[in-house]
Structure formats: C-alpha cells, structure tokens
Design a protein around this ligand. Structure first.
Ligand code: HEC
Ligand code: HEC
Ligand code: HEC
Length: 150
C-alpha cells in the first residue's frame, strides 16, 4: 500500500513537472496597440487570417482599382505602432515591431516592407517643430495677403 502511494506521488510530480515545462515553452510576445481596443476583425480571426485580408485587399486595389479602408495596410501600420525608449515608432528592422512578433518566431518572411512603410506616415503639415508650416499659420498668412489686397 505504501508503495502504491509512493508511485502515485511520483506520477503527480512527473505530471506537474511536464505541465510546468509546457507553460515555460517560449511564446512570442505580441504587443497590444495603445489607444485602440479592437482590430478590424475579432482577434482570433485576425490571428489566423490577417494575411488573406491584406493580400486580398492588395489584389482588389492593384488589379481592379478598388480602394476600401477596412483592411488598409496603412491602417494596420498606423494602429499597430510599437515605440522605442525615445518614443519613436520602431521599423520592421527592429525585433519589437508588431509584424515581427510572430513572424520571427514562426520563421515567416514577408516582402511587403520592401515597398510599404513599416512606420506610420508623418503628419505632412502643422507639426509643432515647424510652426511656420502649420495650417493655422498658413490661413493667417493667406488672410494677411488677401487683407492687403482689399
Ligand atoms: C484601430 C486599430 C487597429 C487597426 C486599424 C488594425 N488593428 Fe490589428 N489589432 C488591434 C487590436 C487592439 C488588437 C488586439 C485586440 C483585439 O482586437 O482583439 C489587434 C489584433 C491583431 C492581431 C492578433 C494579435 C494577437 O495577439 O494574436 C493581428 C494579427 C492583427 N491585429 C493584424 C492587423 C492587420 C494585418 C491589420 C490591417 C488589416 C490590423 N491589424 C488593423 C488594433 C488594430
Ligand atoms: C499573431 C501572430 C502574427 C502577427 C502579430 C502577424 N502575423 Fe503575419 N503571419 C503569421 C503566421 C503564423 C503566418 C503564416 C501563416 C501560414 O503560412 O499559414 C503569417 C503570414 C503572413 C503573411 C503571408 C506570408 C506568405 O508567405 O504568404 C503576410 C503577408 C503577413 N503575415 C503579414 C503580416 C503583417 C503585415 C503583420 C503586421 C501588421 C503581421 N503579419 C503580423 C502570424 C502573425
Ligand atoms: C514591389 C513593391 C510592393 C511590394 C513588395 C508590396 N506592395 Fe503592396 N502596394 C504597392 C503599391 C505601389 C501599392 C499601391 C499604392 C498605394 O496604395 O500605396 C500597393 C498597395 C497595397 C495595398 C492597398 C493599399 C493599402 O494601404 O491598403 C495593400 C493592402 C498592400 N499593398 C499590401 C501588401 C502586402 C500585404 C504585401 C506583402 C505580402 C505587399 N503589399 C507588397 C507596392 C508593393
């Protein structure tokens, strides 16, 4: 009887041990976007089908000239930003980039970023660093010019 108990204890330890080993298996860290709660489709759908959506979207845009925004590649990049210590959006060269999270783990390579930007587009006008190029500044100047003409 004692022996059976000992055996049971051994099995329990072995089971617990393998459970721990399983939990400790490396899983990619997938960064969550800040300031957004939902993706364009439910998370599990995105996980399995994101490439179908964007490839399909590319085909529609490139071959038929249809441009919808639901699966826009630019929007994926705009929302899924990962920032570095300095607060700048990291590019696809950086391991921390959202699109690298699973791809480097699963050894998937995509050619998309040879042409597409992997960081959000910079605002074109009105950045704080260039007050003279702000929209408000421009309107002010236009008003001055037209005022001078009057
Ligand atoms: C408005 C912001 C936003 C946009 C645009 C967006 N996503 Fe997401 N995405 C999220 C958020 C938030 C999550 C995680 C929460 C959720 O939706 O369940 C997520 C989850 C995901 C996941 C699953 C990650 C995981 O943890 O398994 C993938 C893959 C993904 N997005 C890819 C894309 C692609 C590709 C596009 C462009 C077609 C895109 N996303 C557009 C916000 C966005
Ligand atoms: C939740 C994990 C995960 C995230 C995050 C993720 N991917 Fe993927 N992606 C995968 C996996 C896994 C595959 C391979 C699927 C297969 O081959 O069945 C894949 C495949 C792809 C493919 C197809 C590659 C091919 O050879 O056909 C493209 C394109 C792609 N992903 C784009 C993106 C982009 C762009 C992002 C970032 C916006 C992204 N993925 C983020 C897991 C992810
Ligand atoms: C050889 C250059 C090149 C490569 C590589 C490339 N694209 Fe594109 N893609 C373009 C051009 C050019 C356009 C049309 C111009 C635009 O809309 O910005 C475009 C448009 C798109 C669009 C529609 C516009 C948008 O923002 O939604 C999607 C989606 C897209 N590509 C996805 C992809 C994906 C996913 C990959 C990788 C599997 C990829 N592209 C690889 C050049 C490329």
């Amino acid at each position: 009887m004692k022996y059976a108990q000992f055996l049971l204890a051994c099995i329990t330890v072995a089971l617990l041990g393998s459970a721990t080993a399983f939990a400790a298996a490396p899983v990619p860290h997938i960064p969550e976007p800040e300031g957004a709660e939902k993706c364009v489709e439910p998370e599990d759908v995105m996980r399995r089908q994101h490439f179908e959506f964007i490839k399909h979207q590319r085909d529609e845009t490139m071959r038929r000239g249809i441009r919808t925004s639901k699966y826009s590649f630019k929007e994926c990049i705009n929302c899924h930003v990962v920032k570095d210590e300095a607060g700048r959006a990291v590019s696809i060269e950086d391991d921390r980039h959202f699109c690298n999270a699973c791809h480097s783990y699963a050894a998937v390579t995509v050619d998309c970023f040879q042409c597409h930007k992997s960081t959000p587009a910079e605002p074109k006008m009105g950045s704080l660093e260039q007050p003279e190029r702000s929209l408000a500044g421009l309107i002010e100047r236009l008003e001055t010019v037209s005022g001078a003409r009057r």
